[in-house]
Design a protein around this ligand. Structure first.
Ligand code: SPV
Ligand code: MG
Length: 569
């Protein structure tokens, strides 16, 4: 099969929002009916094409989208797979309006034309004409109706299923054709004479009558293991109208034989659902037996793929277009110091240490970006030229070896406007910690590890925190804990946790921060002050909120920390 490259999908089009804002080239609105007509014409063209064409089964919006991305030009909305995916039998247990609803999800999800398996038409001529009208309204490009009786059974079930009287079935075809509201709507008449054991002569007699009644194409069905009876039918039929086949049972027949027999269209009738069932069974068994996701994670698509397939990008773009702009917080990363970890920081600053193949700072920047922070400024000093991630802007503290953290922050002074998150360049934390800090409505909020305290062995200086309530006494959602002090030399009795190296200032908080920097400078302390001192000073006259977390972060000061960071990712 010659599958063209996957269509470039304009997701705006899927949701019909391109008209007014994105604009048509002629400035006009693209109406639903314009799209609908296109899909009717597309199906007609496909069915009448001189080349062998293919319809791939889909049974909901997601599978329709997958068919489109695979490069197919049309969809078979299978009665069997729609029913089965609903947990129902292919015996008209799903009503025709329920099928219509599924079809609406499918037409929303794809621009491909859809030929729906209309079973028997769900009744007599009257049901067929109402069904056809509704299909036209919803942009479903064609229907296939089989010459059996309502309620039907799947054709592979049992032997010698009853067939409709030819005249009565021709009435259904005429009623359908008279009811279509688009000239290109396709009505396929499905001949069940072979599959129900009535023989070739009966099959040809019926096909002839259905053709004369106005069917746009004939579907000849067979459950033989080889294509011989279908190929004999094609020979006898001799191109009187387009001929469609469903090689589910004679799947081993080389497709070129269909081409040579001048078959018009092949329907791959149920293969996406069958593939999905295999994959779902394997995943369910695997997770059930192993009681872990570890074995399966690499074998299934990431959650992001689900977001992509359902068009989240389009929603993001629409939000930018329609929602009032929300100021995006900025991030300032303090990464000027060398941070001496043996010879590892000879040629690079600590923030560029390798954490499983990716520099620490790159990982931090990715976490910031994932949380929606796109403006990221990094204050660099030691080996400054080695820091040049395209996702950041850099600010230089060329006196990094004589100054401390607050001096570096002051170098970013011109950036300190609006909501700002400040953090050390040698920390990694899980995204939810940053999300919680960003969502906190306090003007100044510090992230604190409530499990890290004097009970841990003290191997180095830590930024110990004194909050006015300990972690264990807080209800994480409701308690308001205020910062009293951050200092590495706090008495044990006062320590309630360790600062994670992450602080957020609201727009007002950022103004207060600038004022505090001024005061520190006026007092001649700018060069030697560190962040704990700055925050402790602010906590004396401002409310600085403590948000407690339990681990899920690392900072890198020693070789042991570096090993922890490698385990962390
Ligand atoms: C379907 O896909 O529902 C069909 C084809 O009608 S078959 O199952 O082969 O009858
Ligand atoms: Mg069917």
């Amino acid at each position: 099969m010659n599958i063209p490259p996957p269509a470039q999908i304009d997701v705006h089009d899927r949701y019909g929002v391109n008209a007014a804002s994105a604009g048509q080239s002629d400035g006009s609105l693209q109406t639903t009916s314009a799209r609908v007509q296109t899909s009717f014409a597309a199906l007609r063209q496909l069915i009448q094409s001189p080349h062998l064409e293919f319809l791939m089964e889909a049974h909901n919006g997601l599978s329709a989208r997958i068919v489109e991305e695979a490069g197919f030009r049309g969809i078979w909305a299978s009665g069997l797979t729609i029913s089965t995916s609903l947990g129902l039998r292919d015996s008209n247990e799903a009503s025709w309006t329920q099928v219509l609803e599924i079809l609406e999800y499918m037409t929303d999800a794809t621009r491909l034309p859809i030929l729906v398996d209309g079973d028997t038409g769900h009744g007599n001529f009257n049901n067929v004409r109402r069904f056809v009208r509704k299909l036209c309204e919803r942009g479903v490009a064609g229907i296939c109706v089989e010459d059996k009786l309502f309620p039907k059974t799947n054709s592979f079930v049992g032997e010698r299923q009853p067939l409709a009287e030819i005249d009565e079935f021709c009435g259904r075809i005429k009623a359908g054709k008279d009811s279509q509201t688009d000239d290109d709507f396709v009505f396929v008449a499905r001949v069940e004479a072979l599959i129900s054991g009535r023989g070739m002569e009966e099959a040809l007699r019926r096909a002839e009558a259905y053709h004369a009644a106005g069917a746009d194409a004939i579907l000849i069905h067979s459950k033989q293991r080889t294509a011989s009876e279908v190929l004999s039918f094609a020979k006898e039929w001799a191109g009187r109208s387009p001929l469609i086949i469903v090689p589910t049972k004679y799947y081993a027949t080389p497709t070129d034989q269909f081409r040579e027999a001048k078959i018009s269209t092949v329907i791959w009738a149920n293969h996406l659902l069958r593939a999905a069932v295999s994959a779902m069974k394997q995943a369910a068994t695997n997770i059930g037996v192993n009681e872990t996701l570890v074995q399966i994670e690499d074998r299934i698509v990431p959650v992001d793929e689900l977001f992509r397939l359902s068009g989240n990008d389009e929603l993001d773009a629409a939000e930018r277009r329609y929602l009032p702009a929300k100021a995006i917080p900025q991030a300032i990363v303090l990464a000027a110091t060398r941070g001496e970890i043996l010879e590892l920081t000879e040629d690079r600053p600590k923030c560029l240490l390798d954490v499983r193949g990716v520099p620490l700072l790159s990982r931090l920047v990715s976490t910031l970006q994932d949380a929606g922070l796109s403006k990221i400024a990094v204050v660099r000093g030691y080996r400054k030229n080695s820091i040049d991630d395209p996702r950041i802007v850099t600010i230089d503290n060329d006196r990094y070896d004589q100054t401390d953290e607050v001096f570096s922050l002051a170098c970013a002074r011109s950036h300190l406007m609006g909501e700002t998150v400040v953090m050390y360049g040698d920390v990694l934390f899980r995204r939810y910690i940053l999300d919680a800090v960003l969502n906190c409505d306090a003007d100044i909020v510090v992230a604190v590890d409530g499990l890290s305290g004097p009970m841990h062995s003290i191997t180095r200086d830590r930024d110990y925190v004194a909050g006015d309530l300990p972690y264990i006494a807080t209800d994480l959602d409701d308690s308001f804990v205020s910062l009293k002090h951050i200092h590495s030399g706090l008495p044990h009795s006062q320590i309630t946790g360790e600062w994670i190296g992450l602080v957020r200032f609201s727009a007002i908080g950022a103004r207060w921060l600038c004022e505090e920097l001024d005061r520190v400078e006026d007092e001649g302390l700018l060069e030697e002050a560190d962040m704990p001192l700055l925050l402790s000073r602010m906590a004396k006259y401002r409310s600085v909120r403590v948000l407690y977390f339990a681990s899920d972060w690392v900072d890198v000061n020693t070789l042991v920390d570096l090993a922890d960071a490698r385990n962390f990712v």
